[in-house]
Ligand binder design. Structure first.
Ligand code: ZN
Length: 439
């Protein structure tokens, strides 16, 4: 199934374009709200025509409220000798996201209550947030923290936390039918390359690719802050979600690890079978993870009141690489080849989805009486009879509108070609109907 037109140069160009977008977005200080998200969405908008939406602070969204908007201009610590020892301008990971404004002079003991480091990785700066507890904090390398002398430290956090809005981006690419494929990625992390810029880059280029081709399905891309973004989107779109047939979260897809696919809540959705089939058929190393209500936004889309069939594609799962949520998740940690390979996989997934055939059993209550219709006789020579009979039974049982012919081939271990032939016979006899849309 590998794309025969794909040549090394094309792959290299694709990888470089994806990486260039990651690199461009990397310096921006994003959070769950604020100008960093807007700036990021503006860059995406240069590539695909997303709509940028603003939801006012205080808006009730499901069991939550849209928080106040956070913006940061500067943050630093000056040591006892008056020199800056921690500087937001050097790396936006130095500020705990959502830190409230603060300006004062503190003793080392008092200061340390607001400092965060990674003892196991003494040269890395951690990524920390405090969205829902009003406090301030700064992050630094453990090696620097342990070398701080006693004395007075001047601290400046030049931020604002005030009513504003939550910003997200959305693009709907309509297809022949209203059935939707939802692709979602989060846009709320500051200078971290794999988590979340890799997902943003791959989603952007996938949308750009899809915009140029004929589409049977409609595709909806959303670029949202984690958790509160999907909750907000779901709250505002309850009327739209009935069209979502398949969904995918993209997160951490630029490192060199093998693919990890986390299945939907129900575990046997069409997207689950499709993703696993494409991973297998294209020979990519992969692992399958069962759904659990922890991780990325699949847990919001997959909350019981929505129960949408949304899986999550990652390479190395979050939390399983030491660089996760630290300054080491930088531009060296994501690779152009990995980004390009993830985009290829998704293009193959979409290509397969668009091409698959589905039938509906028109006589689904009990097995139809095949002998009465003379169907046992039309199935050729004796040697083939048994297999053809099995093909009929598999097709009739699984042509429920949800399983494709390819799913049935997978599950029954019968050749797809044979199933296709038998499906035509059943169609002629009024027992199956081919579904024309994604429906
Ligand atoms: Zn994260």
């Amino acid at each position: 199934m590998k794309d025969p037109t794909r040549n090394p140069e094309e792959a290299r160009n694709k990888g470089e374009a994806l990486f260039a977008l990651v690199k461009r977005l990397y310096p921006i200080c994003r959070s769950i709200t604020g100008n960093g998200v807007r700036e990021t969405l503006q860059v995406i908008k240069e590539i695909i025509p997303i709509e940028i939406r603003e939801v006012p602070s205080g808006t009730a969204v499901l069991d939550w409220n849209v928080p106040d908007e956070w913006n940061i201009r500067d943050a630093w610590i000056k040591g006892p000798d008056g020199r800056k020892i921690v500087d937001f301008q050097q790396s936006n990971l130095h500020i705990v996201s959502y830190s409230i404004p603060f300006r004062d002079t503190l003793s080392l003991v008092e200061l340390k209550k607001h400092l965060f480091s990674l003892p196991d990785h003494p040269d890395w700066v951690p990524y920390r947030t405090s969205y829902y507890k009003e406090t301030w904090g700064l992050c630094l390398a453990q090696r620097q923290l342990t070398s701080l002398p006693e004395g007075e430290y001047e601290v400046c956090v030049d931020s604002t936390l005030a009513p504003g809005s939550l910003t997200y981006g959305e693009l709907l690419l309509p297809g022949l039918c209203a059935d939707e494929v939802l692709i979602s990625c989060h846009v709320c992390h500051p200078s971290l390359a794999n988590d979340n810029l890799s997902g943003i880059a791959v989603a952007t280029f996938l949308a750009s690719q899809l915009a140029q081709r004929n589409r049977r399905y409609s595709y909806r891309f959303i670029f949202i802050p984690g958790t509160i973004g999907s909750i907000t989107w779901l709250a505002l779109n309850e009327h739209n979600i009935k069209n979502i047939r398949h969904g995918l979260i993209l997160a951490g897809v630029g490192d060199t690890g093998a693919f990890h696919y986390k299945k939907t809540r129900n575990g046997d959705a069409y997207i689950d079978r499709l993703m696993l089939r494409v991973l297998r058929q294209t020979g990519r190393a992969h692992q399958v993870l069962d759904f659990e209500p922890y991780g990325y936004d699949e847990r919001q889309f997959g909350s019981p009141g929505f129960n949408l069939p949304v899986g999550c594609l990652m390479r190395t799962p979050f939390g399983q690489y030491p660089e996760y949520h630290s300054s080491a998740d930088d531009l060296r940690f994501v690779k152009p080849e990995s980004l390009a390979d993830t985009l290829d996989l998704l293009e193959q997934l979409v290509g397969t989805l668009e091409g698959e055939t589905r039938y509906l059993n028109l006589n689904p209550r009990g097995e139809p009486q095949l002998g009465r219709r003379g169907l046992y006789d039309t199935l050729g020579g004796l040697s083939q009879t048994k297999q053809r009979q099995m093909a009929m039974l598999w097709l009739l049982n699984f042509s429920d509108g949800d399983h494709s012919l390819e799913d049935i081939a997978d599950r029954s271990q019968l050749p797809a070609e044979e199933l296709r032939e038998v499906a035509r016979v059943l169609e002629k006899n009024g027992l199956l109907k081919q579904l024309s849309s994604g429906g």
